[in-house]
Design a protein around this ligand. Structure first.
Ligand SMILES: CC(C)(COP(=O)(O)OP(=O)(O)OC[C@H]1O[C@@H](n2cnc3c(N)ncnc32)[C@H](O)[C@@H]1OP(=O)(O)O)[C@@H](O)C(=O)NCCC(=O)NCCS
Length: 174
């Protein structure tokens, strides 16, 4: 049974060890999500501390997916934007542990993130992902529109340039 929840800063702090495991697993599985290999759970701690701080200020919504009490997936929405973009949110770090993929967790996480962002008045979500990745194939299934590709935008975790595809999705009431 899957359980999706939106975490408070205190809950997010307690979740750091599990979140480190999920992020390290994704990077070691070849996901281009900001970090380079080799990357262990301890390497991920500073990143998640920063996310917890951002949750505490209200700038970030952090969702987790639990299976049998263990966090196996996560996604974030950056909701603090410049004054001329109050209606936009940035979807970030959709991550599902390799042991839990293909069971619909990404869809559940994205649905929860969109619903909460819409409640906050967001009408447009934006994300970017590595061109040619599994994730790039998934977003159109979840109703996202492909905006375009920027070549050589990032690096694959094992090295080598990686193009990035930008997507957007209108949510809530336009
Ligand atoms: C991308 C990722 C989050 C998907 O997680 P998941 O839980 O396996 O995805 P789901 O099972 O919810 O699948 C979502 C949809 O995509 C489809 N899908 C899953 N894997 C797919 C693939 N490799 N190619 C095409 N479609 C796929 C599913 O069938 C499902 O569609 P449906 O609900 O219409 O049947 C996971 O592969 C991952 O963590 N990858 C590494 C990290 C990463 O790259 N994240 C993206 C950062 S932008």
């Amino acid at each position: 049974m899957h359980d999706i929840s939106l975490l408070s800063a205190e809950e997010a702090r307690a979740a750091i060890p599990d979140l480190c495991d999920v992020l390290a697993d994704c990077v070691n599985g070849g996901a281009s999500v900001g970090f380079m290999q080799p990357y262990g759970p301890a390497d991920a701690e500073p990143y998640w501390q920063g996310v917890v701080d951002s949750v505490a200020t209200g700038a970030t919504l952090l969702f987790v997916a639990k299976t049998e009490e263990r966090i196996v997936g996560t996604v974030q929405v950056g909701i603090a934007q410049m004054p001329n973009q109050p209606h936009r949110g940035d979807l970030k770090k959709l991550l599902v542990h390799r042991s839990s993929r293909g069971g619909g967790l990404a869809r559940l996480l994205m649905t929860a993130a969109e619903r909460e962002a819409a409640k906050l008045g967001k009408t447009l979500l934006v994300l970017d992902t590595a061109t040619g990745s599994d994730a790039e194939a998934i977003y159109p299934r979840l109703g996202w529109e492909r905006a375009g590709v920027i070549p050589d935008y990032a690096l694959w975790p094992e090295g080598g340039f990686c193009a990035t595809t930008f997507f957007y999705k209108r949510i809530g009431e336009a």
